[in-house]
Design a protein around this ligand. Sequence first.
Ligand code: NAG
Ligand code: NAG
Ligand code: NAG
Ligand code: NAG
Ligand code: NAG
Ligand code: NAG
Ligand code: NAG
Length: 586
Amino acid sequence: MISPFTQLFSVVLLVASLLLPVSAIWPAPNSYTAGTSALFLNQNILVTYNGRFMQYNPGYIPWNSDSTQIVTGGVSRALSAIFQDNFVPWMLKGRRQLSEFEPSLQKGQKWLKTLQIVQTSKDTTATFKPLAGEVDESYNLTISAGGDAKLTAVSSTGVLRGLESFVQLFYKHSAGPFHYTPYAPVAIQDSPKFAHRGILIDVARSWFEVSDITRTIDGMAMNKLNVLHVHVTDSQSWPLEIPSMPEVARKGAYRPDLTYSPHEIDYIQRYGVNRGVSVYFEIDMPGHIGSVAESHPELIVAYNEQPYWWWCAEPPCGAFKLNDSRVDDFLGKLFDDLLPRVAPYSAYFHTGGDELNANDSMLDEGIRSNESTVLQPLLQKFIDTQHARVRKAGLTPITWEEIPIDWNVTVGKDVVVQAWLGDESVSTLTGKGHKVIDSNYNFYYLDCGRGQWITQDNGAAYDAFYPFGDWCDPFKNWRLIYSHDPVHNLTAEQAKLVLGGEVAVWAETIDPMNLDTIIWPRAGAAAEAWWSGRIDPATGENRTMLEITPRLAEVRERLVARGIRSSPVQMPFCTQANPADCSYPL
Ligand SMILES: *[C@@H]1O[C@H](CO)[C@@H](O)[C@H](O)[C@H]1NC(C)=O
Ligand SMILES: *[C@@H]1O[C@H](CO)[C@@H](O)[C@H](O)[C@H]1NC(C)=O
Ligand SMILES: *[C@@H]1O[C@H](CO)[C@@H](O)[C@H](O)[C@H]1NC(C)=O
Ligand SMILES: *[C@@H]1O[C@H](CO)[C@@H](O)[C@H](O)[C@H]1NC(C)=O
Ligand SMILES: *[C@@H]1O[C@H](CO)[C@@H](O)[C@H](O)[C@H]1NC(C)=O
Ligand SMILES: *[C@@H]1O[C@H](CO)[C@@H](O)[C@H](O)[C@H]1NC(C)=O
Ligand SMILES: *[C@@H]1O[C@H](CO)[C@@H](O)[C@H](O)[C@H]1NC(C)=O
């Protein structure tokens, strides 16, 4: 007799095998069909862009934000990803079954002869530094069984997205220097659900090399993420060189040479533009700015004041004086130097605004108050002045949610508000008409759940903190991240105001050694939730974890092949097995 459990289990097995992915395009395209014919690929493929022959030029670096150069770079990187990453998917096929997946090298091979790239509109300046929604990232990709590929897109950014999908169709053969797709004919139509799909990286609490940042951009491009938010200064350190005020970084950096020069900032932003990733910066203020006291003590109150929890969220404290013309002069000089340099490559600039502690102004000889009635008007003026400077440089301000919500500061209609403080925030902010980026810490804080970084003495503190979980415990695993829909429970009117999301990599216990494992594959899970959404358009149903997991495991292996040290999705027993073998049916 078959028990109901066995019956249910065999149904699950059947469904799982029917849903086995044809291949792991990540994030999942809007519409995707594939066949079972093999096509081989070598460097003789004829690539054209709007009719012009395009050379495979490994290592090519565009020197200008120009459509042809950007596409040349994209094509060269795509072919290098296939020919140099040499991804053999042994860990994704049954044990000793790779040869059944791989096409025969004996029979007459068919080759992919052409890749015709057609861009249907001209790029504009906004293509390379878009406001959310300003660039059309859609693309169509077909590969015929006869060996001709066609990639159509409205913008060069769409071409870059399509090339990432193209790469994901190819593998290296285990028996030799052959590269193939087993999926011809292919037809893909694709476009993103959310316009703003980002990662926040905190390079102030820990030091990161430029290469750590560009490697993160590489992973982002592979996952079709398009915005890198660099939290570039904080109370702990100021690694950003400001040539008109060299003392700020020289004294504020952890070590005088652990800084980003204007040339490096320019390099990082261009690196992003070439991959369809906008890099924008945040100077967090008026709190989170203690490091300025190392060079300009007269501008800052409560620097490293103790006990720190009366004055700020984590040491060292430090906030700008809110009613001091010297602060304004400093910011005028800072922005005159910095903003014109970053504005050519991004539409946004973030002025911070989280976690300002009212007590700080008690220590300000010009204010001596922590009353919101005293501080609110000063903060309103402060924000108005800084946002005017940001706009004057041609940039759009972004602020943390406390500024409009906790401090009742009125911000311009153009301002984007970044939400983080929990499940109500996006609803509250959109209810008030704000454009929002969702960074809900219950889902999107990648630093959470790995234990306290604050140290305790023996005794009461030790006992109070035991078992030493951090404030935003638990760890946000990829399934949880995937489950979160930024517009969940919003009206259609509110949902329109949600530009997308950013996962956050706060760096109290993250540095170059663990950066990749913290970000990947979890930012990939967010990437699919933002690009494709949880609903499979083919069925109208939620995608299942049985279908998602092997595809995420595949993109993880491609990240590793690219030199990005992503955490694993599952052990090889599971990645090699039928997904149902590692599932728990209920
Ligand atoms: C992709 O194909 C669809 C259906 O033919 C078409 O409506 C759409 O405009 C195409 N998109 C691009 C970028 O060519
Ligand atoms: C402000 O400081 C007082 C002690 O003077 C403390 O009791 C209070 O919690 C502090 N407020 C905040 C928001 O930290
Ligand atoms: C802010 O500074 C101005 C000019 O120095 C002064 O008139 C005003 O009283 C100050 N406001 C507060 C709240 O201290
Ligand atoms: C303001 O300071 C008083 C006196 O230290 C303290 O009791 C109160 O909690 C503070 N208010 C805030 C908002 O921190
Ligand atoms: C902001 O407004 C709310 C509601 O009117 C009020 O409760 C709160 O105290 C105000 N906060 C500040 C800092 O003015
Ligand atoms: C969304 O949920 C929150 C509580 O979680 C609620 O306050 C709000 O009204 C809900 N919004 C809608 C549009 O249902
Ligand atoms: C998808 O799953 C969520 C619960 O996680 C549920 O609220 C929603 O209704 C499901 N959507 C569909 C189309 O089944």
